[in-house]
Structures are given as structure tokens and as C-alpha cells.
Write a protein that binds this ligand. Structure first.
Ligand code: NZQ
Ligand code: ZN
Length: 390
């Protein structure tokens, strides 16, 4: 069933080996004060930092550095950025990194001039933003989250042990994003695989839903197939340009709102993963991989026709002579095998989560779901199955 939708994605994308050449043109559009936001230092060792500084100097910017943004970025770090924006009258936040850096940049962007407690209002109570927003530009160095072309900002309140995602509408999207696939060559094998599964999971979260949309579902199937092909190559050869560029663009498309149009979405795997990450600080995509087989096996009976379609159209399962349920289950078995074959943990045990944490995690997960609305007991059963999965 097609649902009404509004589509507005204002992020300008510069894609390819020479995309950084456009940075100076973009910088000219903003005032002199730039907050250069980045992570733990990978951009200094791989040379991206020098390229960015050169463009900032060529355009006479005053550079305020905001470094040390950690994976699963914290509320305390966001407050540090807000202070820098306020005191230096920042005109543009330039985020150079993966999802964590870009998410935090967006968080700082919407929060700095908020009235009251921004995290409470915008992340927890999901109020509309009613203050000035500082523009964000992104230079992507690690693929997977889609943060470069969406309004998502996932922040961890480390004191309360909660990781909360907020999806803002188009005003909070990066104004521009530079996507050079060669920048991702230095990402570790582990993080590359984590990013690949993050994108895969975004597509499944949107694909498996109560109300389908024929166009969006075919787009998703094509992108999932393309991701399987590209990741098969990339795990053997990190510097295969075609594979890495396909993974980069698929990841962007997988969560730039196009792949969710006109249908309902699930997102419970993400809700569960966010709490696993709040308790263990695991890499986001690895947490998703560890839960997904158990989650989908659990909800499969409630959405059987779509799971059958997934098995046939995404993983080429031959349906002849089999029941619908057998076909559907073979599809999730193929997903499980894909996870193992791409060097990811298909269980919480393999991810290194302590069994004793499962109950605490189940208590803290926000309850939702697609084909099946989950109770706390359902979440615990999924976590238990995800722990035991072989
Ligand atoms: O900090 P540095 O030194 O840069 O190292 C990073 C980090 O340790 C490293 N890295 C990034 N680019 C590199 C590189 N290392 C070498 N060479 C490069 N070119 O990779 C590590 C992980 O980076 P991070 O940004 O944390 O990874 P990712 O892009 O997976 O982002 C994860 C965060 O995004 C959130 C996740 O929850 C998590 O907090 N998400 C954001 C979403 C959104 N905005 O829509 C949706 C997602 O579902 C997700 O929840
Ligand atoms: Zn994700």
C-alpha cells in the first residue's frame, strides 16, 4: 500500500576521487569562522587533515579545532562542541569523519542555541527545533551510517547509559557532503565490515514492514543485492575502487530517506543495538550483525510473505518444492551465513557481550517493532537467542 510522503533532501553530494576539489567553492558560501570537527586522529595519519587545512587556509577561514570525537559520541562531547560554537561565533561546522563525527556535528548544530536542555527537549521528548541551527558540511571517511545525507544524530548519555537517535528533518541535513571512496581505504577491516552491515541493516529495517511500497521495496532489493556483490569483493581487496565506491554510495542511499518512502518501517534491531552499545560501546554495525539473525527468525512468522520474497529476491533461494516457511527461513540462514562469511559476529556471545547483561539491556530497550510489536519479554527472548546463536 502506498502511503503519502514528502521528499526533501537538500544535501549536495560531491562524489568521486576528485570530489575534494569542490571544498573551497563550498567554503566560500559561509562566514569566516569554521569549527573543524574530527575524531581520534585517523585523518592526520592518512593525509585528509592536510587537504582540509589547505582548503580552509586558501579561503581565509579562522579554524577552531574540535577533535577527539569518539565512536558512539557522548553528550559531554556534544556540550564541549556547543561551547566552542558559542564562544567562537562559528559560521560552519565542518565534520570530517564517519557517522560519529557527523552525528555529533549535527547535534552541536541544533543544540547550541536551544532554549533549555537540548538533549532533553530534542532527543528524549522529540520536540521540534525552534532555534537557530548552525550549518554543517561533511567530508566522509568511513561508510555505513548514511549520516552524510540525512538528519540523524545518535548521541549517548553516558551517565544514564542510554544511546538515543533523533532524526531531524531537512533543516539539519549537511549542506554538502564530499564522498571520496579512496578516503575509506585506510578504515580497518573490522570497521569496514561493521559499516557494510550497518547499511544492510538500514535496508532491512525499511524493507520488513507492515505497509509495503512496491517501488521502494524493489529499490531496496536492488541495493541489497548490489551491496552483497560489492562487499564480496571489498573484503578480499580493500582498495578495489569500484567495490568501495559502490559500498559508499549504497550506504548513502540506504538511509537518505529515499529507501523509506511510502511505507512503514521497523527499526527495532537498531533500538536493541543502541542499548547493547550503551552498555558495551561495541561498533554499531557489529552489534546489529549479532542481533539480526535472531531478531528476524523471531518475527518471521508474522511477516512470512515478505520474508519469502526476501529469500528469493535478495539471496536467490530456490523456492521449488519447499513450503513458504522453509523458503523464508533459508533466506535468514543465508543472511546469517553472509554475516559469518564477512567476518562479523552472528551472536552476542561472539560479540563479547556478557550473558549477565542481557536482562539489563532488555529492561532499557525502547519497545516498538514492525510485524510484531514487542514486549520486554520478546526483547529478552531475542537477546537470549542472539546470545546462543551458533
Ligand atoms: O576517530 P578516528 O581516528 O577518525 O577513527 C574512526 C573510528 O575509530 C575510524 N575511521 C573513520 N574513518 C577512518 C577511520 N580509520 C581509518 N581511516 C579512515 N578513513 O573508524 C572508527 C569508527 O568511526 P565511527 O564514525 O564511529 O563509525 P560509524 O561511521 O559506523 O558511526 C557510528 C555512529 O553512527 C551512529 C551509530 O549509532 C554510531 O554512534 N548512527 C548514525 C546514524 C545516522 N546518522 O543516521 C544511523 C546509524 O544507524 C547509526 O545509529
Ligand atoms: Zn545503523
Amino acid at each position: 500500500m502506498n502511503r503519502d510522503f514528502v521528499f526533501h533532501n537538500p544535501t549536495k553530494i560531491y562524489f568521486g576521487r576528485h570530489s575534494m576539489l569542490h571544498l573551497e567553492d563550498e567554503l566560500q558560501k559561509y562566514g569566516p569562522n569554521v569549527l573543524l570537527a574530527y575524531g581520534g586522529g585517523s585523518i592526520k595519519t592518512n593525509g585528509i587533515y592536510d587537504e582540509v587545512i589547505k582548503a580552509l587556509n586558501n579561503t581565509n577561514k579562522n579554524i577552531v579545532e574540535f577533535s577527539g570525537i569518539m565512536p558512539n559520541p557522548t553528550l559531554a562531547k556534544m556540550k564541549e562542541g556547543m561551547e566552542l560554537v558559542r564562544t567562537n561565533k562559528i559560521d560552519l561546522i565542518l565534520a570530517v569523519g564517519g557517522g560519529s563525527v557527523i552525528d555529533l556535528a549535527k547535534g552541536v548544530s541544533v543544540s547550541t542555541y536551544a532554549r533549555g536542555d537540548a538533549f532533553e527537549r530534542y532527543w528524549l521528548k522529540r520536540e521540534e527545533v525552534d532555534n537557530e541551527v548552525v550549518p554543517v558540511g561533511a567530508i566522509l571517511t568511513m561508510t555505513g551510517t548514511g549520516s552524510e545525507m540525512n538528519g540523524g544524530s545518535v548521541i549517548t548519555d553516558e551517565k544514564r547509559m542510554i544511546k538515543v537517535g533523533r532524526v531531524f528533518t531537512s533543516f539539519a541535513f549537511p549542506k554538502f557532503a564530499i564522498l571520496n571512496p579512496t578516503y575509506t581505504y585506510t578504515v580497518s577491516h573490522y570497521q569496514m565490515c561493521s559499516g557494510i552491515f550497518d547499511a544492510f541493516s538500514h535496508m532491512m529495517e525499511q524493507y520488513f514492514s507492515d505497509f509495503d511500497n512496491p517501488v521502494t521495496d524493489y529499490v531496496l532489493e536492488s541495493l541489497m543485492r548490489a551491496l552483497i556483490d560489492a562487499s564480496d569483493i571489498a573484503i578480499k581487496d580493500h582498495e578495489d575502487y569500484e567495490a568501495r565506491s559502490n559500498i559508499m554510495w549504497i550506504s548513502t542511499l540506504a538511509l537518505n530517506t529515499i529507501t523509506g518512502l511510502g511505507k512503514t518501517q521497523d527499526w527495532e534491531v537498531h533500538a536493541i543495538e543502541h542499548q547493547i552499545s550503551a552498555f558495551t560501546n561495541c561498533a554499531h554495525g557489529m552489534g546489529l550483525a549479532a542481533i539480526s539473525p535472531a531478531y528476524y527468525r523471531y518475527i518471521l512468522p508474522f511477516g512470512l510473505p515478505k520474508f519469502k520474497r526476501f529469500a528469493i529476491n535478495v539471496f536467490n533461494i530456490d523456492p521449488r518444492g519447499k513450503t513458504d516457511e522453509d523458503v523464508a527461513r533459508e533466506g535468514i540462514d543465508a543472511l546469517d551465513k553472509y554475516i559469518i562469511d564477512h567476518d562479523m559476529p552472528n551472536s552476542l556471545r561472539k560479540l563479547g557481550v556478557e550473558r549477565t547483561l542481557l536482562s539489563k539491556i532488555a529492561d532499557s530497550v525502547s519497545l516498538g517493532g514492525g510485524y510484531k510489536k514487542l514486549t520486554r519479554e520478546d526483547v529478552y527472548a531475542i537477546l537470549f537467542n542472539a546470545y546462543e546463536n551458533e
